[in-house]
Design a protein around this ligand. Structure first.
Ligand SMILES: Nc1nc2c(c(=O)[nH]1)N[C@H]1C(S)=C(S)[C@@H](COP(=O)(O)OP(=O)(O)OC[C@H]3O[C@@H](n4cnc5c(N)ncnc54)[C@H](O)[C@@H]3O)O[C@H]1N2
Ligand code: MOO
Ligand SMILES: [Mg+2]
Length: 404
């Protein structure tokens, strides 16, 4: 059954749910997805602290202090960061304090040490301290009990820091989908073997492994199966404990395109076998015992585009993300694009910010068996089915793949 891209995405997303959660050491959590809300168990900062190296004092004592009219205070304590104050500050006294140290009871301000001269237990203060201006208050950023990070958040550097600050040493994150990658094709050769006549190196498995990782999942390479039903079934059976099974090749009309026969023999129910996109039209999606099998085209560009548009959202959902779609934007075409298409066409492109807007250049060499343009592409132009030839300067929709 042939389906539109929307329908294909919808059908697949309906069949999957986020995987279970697991606890993972924080250092290994970068780019993982939080499975639960993070609630602060303490205030942050955990105590009133000094933002300066200087003297904690009563701001009113030094309100009039200036280089001409300094105020002299008795120094009653010395508080390095990590220590706790031993005495309270009272009128006429100050405590030497370092950045990050707890502010003593009674103090209402800190004067930086550049504005103070200390001699024999006495501090001569040459400047005032705005009340509270130079104290960091307990809980001013985070209050105990506050919901700080929502479930579904992807752990970036900021989240890593915040979790560490809150003492969440082993956050609960969604398990990463394990994705079996099997290349099919009697002509497909291992990349380490000498290339025989008629053979083609297995680029698909490596390309897709990177796309799998980029979707927050873990690729498991199952090598290459010849175009023989039994050989493919054997490899797919080995892959049965993976969360999603992706094959490439053997899904079109050829005598040796056998993946549909494999699905039949294995009792995998076909959801659809073609999607209205170019490249990437042949996609054999099937379901058996709740597990998705996806047969992508053997043509590298076709496999890559179909993966981006159809498989990636599924992996993001399984990995616990709440957002599955690449950002889209409008951009000005810098060169004409005239290739007609009866299906939605995706064109690898270079998108650039220019004068507050975006321009997009279709990259050369975009055959369905080609890959070179994917090296520099940071976007794909999305050309609707039946579009007329597009002149340079036309406004087109782009799907952004990377930072611009
Ligand atoms: N009569 C028809 N022929 C074809 C049709 C069609 O509708 N009718 N569709 C064409 C389209 S569109 C595509 S896309 C391809 C899909 O081909 P398959 O999925 O059956 O893939 P294969 O035939 O096995 O291989 C196609 C091509 O890709 C190369 N290949 C295969 N695996 C790899 C790999 N792991 N790494 C690199 N390259 C690989 C293979 O050598 C072939 O050149 O079918 C059209 N034909
Ligand atoms: O649709 Mo094929 O998938 O042209 O490359
Ligand atoms: Mg074929």
């Amino acid at each position: 059954m042939a389906v539109s891209l929307d329908m294909a995405q919808d059908k697949l997303l309906k069949t999957v749910q986020p995987l279970a959660a697991e606890e993972v050491a924080l250092a290994d959590c970068w780019r993982r997805v939080l499975a639960g809300e993070i609630v602060a168990d303490t205030d942050f900062p955990p105590f009133d602290r000094s933002p300066l190296d200087g003297y904690a004092l009563i701001a009113a004592d030094v309100a009039e202090a200036s280089p001409q009219q300094p105020v002299v205070l008795e120094v009653v304590d010395d508080i390095p960061a990590g220590n706790v104050p031993r005495v309270a500050v009272r009128p006429g006294t100050a405590a030497k304090i370092m950045t990050g140290a707890p502010v003593p009871e009674g103090a209402t301000g800190v004067v930086r040490r550049e504005d103070v001269r200390e001699e024999e237990g006495r501090a001569t203060v040459f400047a005032g301290a705005g009340v509270d201006n130079n104290l960091c208050r307990r809980g001013e950023e985070i209050a105990a009990g506050e919901k700080v990070i929502t479930a579904g958040t992807v752990v970036n550097a900021g989240v890593m820091g915040l979790l560490a600050l809150l003492g969440v040493a082993r956050p609960r994150v969604y398990k990463q989908p394990r994705v079996a990658l099997l290349a099919t094709g009697s002509e497909v050769a291992d990349i380490e073997a000498p290339l025989k006549p008629g053979a083609i190196r297995n680029s698909n498995s490596y390309m897709l492994a990177a796309q799998v990782r980029d979707a927050g999942a873990e690729p498991v390479l199952f090598g290459i199966a010849r175009d023989e039903i039994a050989a493919i079934i054997t490899r797919l059976s080995d892959a049965a404990d993976c969360d999603l099974i992706v094959t490439t090749g053997g899904v079109s009309a050829g005598d040796y395109d056998l993946v549909a026969d494999v699905y039949r023999e294995m009792g995998i129910d076909v959801l659809f076998d073609r999607v209205g996109i170019k490249p990437g039209m042949p996609v054999l999606a099937g379901l058996k015992a709740g597990k998705l099998y996806i047969g992508l085209s053997g043509n590298p560009a076709a496999a890559s585009v179909a993966f981006e548009q159809i498989v990636r959202p599924v992996l993001l959902k399984m990995g616990g993300r709440r957002e599955w779609w690449r950002p889209r934007a409008k951009a000005l075409l810098t060169a004409p694009f005239t290739k007609p298409s009866g299906a939605t066409r995706f064109v690898w492109a270079a998108c650039r910010p220019v004068n507050g807007g975006l321009t997009v250049e279709p990259l050369p060499l975009q055959g369905n068996g080609m890959l070179k343009s994917a090296v520099t592409a940071n976007a794909m132009i999305v050309i609707p089915a039946g579009s007329p030839p597009l002149a340079a300067g036309s406004v087109v929709e782009v799907c952004l793949l990377a930072d611009l």
